[in-house]
Design a protein around this ligand. Structure first.
Ligand SMILES: *[C@@H]1O[C@H](CO)[C@@H](O)[C@H](O)[C@H]1NC(C)=O
Ligand SMILES: *[C@@H]1O[C@H](CO)[C@@H](O)[C@H](O)[C@H]1NC(C)=O
Ligand SMILES: *[C@@H]1O[C@H](CO)[C@@H](O)[C@H](O)[C@H]1NC(C)=O
Ligand SMILES: *[C@@H]1O[C@H](CO)[C@@H](O)[C@H](O)[C@H]1NC(C)=O
Ligand SMILES: *[C@@H]1O[C@H](CO)[C@@H](O)[C@H](O)[C@H]1NC(C)=O
Ligand SMILES: *[C@@H]1O[C@H](CO)[C@@H](O)[C@H](O)[C@H]1NC(C)=O
Length: 231
């Protein structure tokens, strides 16, 4: 009985928690578009792509309605010439395809800044900044007009079979942003079954109780560290 009620309490807690998270992400969704003054202009890379994809410009964002449940989401983000020194939290823009961070005095970019950015496919960075996830996470890395351009996000699950084998037995590897991958429990292995068989750090778990998909994501550096340790 006691166990049952405490489980109920945690269900209630997590429902409330998730609601709060969802409400707050909706409310702040467009904050990133107002991070700096001005709007996306046609002549820039993001402006050009936006026009091409029929997006709508709002501040520093290009928004598009993909006719899904989400009414509108960010597909382009032009934060160039924005006096940014650190890039840490752009999680409002996880759906973004193109990001321009050029002309910023960026000192460092958080390792996890682009975690979950599975659509990200074109990035312009100041010349001295390396592409997120490193060169191996992109199809093409080049210097153009003093900037570093990262093009074509590589699928981390398809890197000569190396990383994909790191998912626990009953789970499937899926891309999770440049340099990241995640392991989803296979359909017939619900709950924590596939976790128990793995010996991996759980950095992210969706749906704490009775939810079919348990998602674990791994930092690439962690994997590399484990490999380095075991050598
Ligand atoms: C940008 O492109 C849009 C759509 O073609 C056009 O309406 C607008 O006038 C252009 N703006 C500039 C500054 O060229
Ligand atoms: C949006 O989706 C509905 C139903 O799936 C479809 O009938 C409609 O044509 C779609 N609209 C666009 C603009 O794609
Ligand atoms: C960067 O922004 C400053 C101030 O807003 C402006 O004066 C300057 O022309 C901009 N530089 C470029 C290359 O757009
Ligand atoms: C960024 O750099 C500053 C100083 O160089 C350091 O204190 C901070 O921890 C760094 N942040 C990240 C996320 O690497
Ligand atoms: C990444 O690619 C750029 C451009 O080709 C190159 O200059 C740089 O040295 C590479 N970095 C590493 C760590 O390989
Ligand atoms: C995996 O990589 C191979 C060789 O680079 C490529 O032919 C194949 O299309 C890739 N598969 C996926 C799902 O990305």
């Amino acid at each position: 009985m006691k166990a049952g009620s405490s489980q109920q309490n945690s269900v209630v807690f997590f429902v409330i928690f998730n609601l709060c998270v969802c409400v707050s992400c909706r409310l702040t969704e467009l904050q990133v578009c107002k991070l700096c003054s001005g709007t996306v202009v046609n002549s820039t890379t993001v402006g050009h792509f936006c026009l091409l994809y029929g997006g709508r410009i709002d501040g520093r964002c290009c928004l598009r309605n993909d006719n899904t449940t989400e009414p509108e989401h960010i597909i382009g983000l032009d934060l160039s010439n924005c006096s940014l020194t650190h890039v840490e939290d752009l999680q409002e823009a996880t759906t973004v395809k193109w990001i321009d961070l050029s002309l910023n005095p960026i000192v460092n970019i958080s390792d996890t800044a682009f975690q979950g950015f599975i659509e990200l496919n074109y990035m312009i960075l100041p010349g001295d900044i390396v592409c997120p996830g490193g060169n191996t996470s992109w199809d093409k890395v080049e210097f153009k007009k003093g900037n570093c351009v990262c093009e074509g996000q590589k699928n981390m699950c398809n890197q000569t079979g190396q990383l994909s084998t790191n998912c626990p037995e009953n789970s499937l590897c899926a891309p999770y942003g440049p340099g990241f991958f995640e392991c989803n429990c296979a359909d017939n292995h619900r709950g924590y079954k596939c976790l128990r068989e793995g010996e991996f750090p759980v950095l992210r778990v969706f749906g704490p109780i009775g939810v079919s998909t348990v998602v674990i994501s791994f930092l690439m550096w962690f994997t590399q560290r484990r490999k380095a340790k075991s050598l």
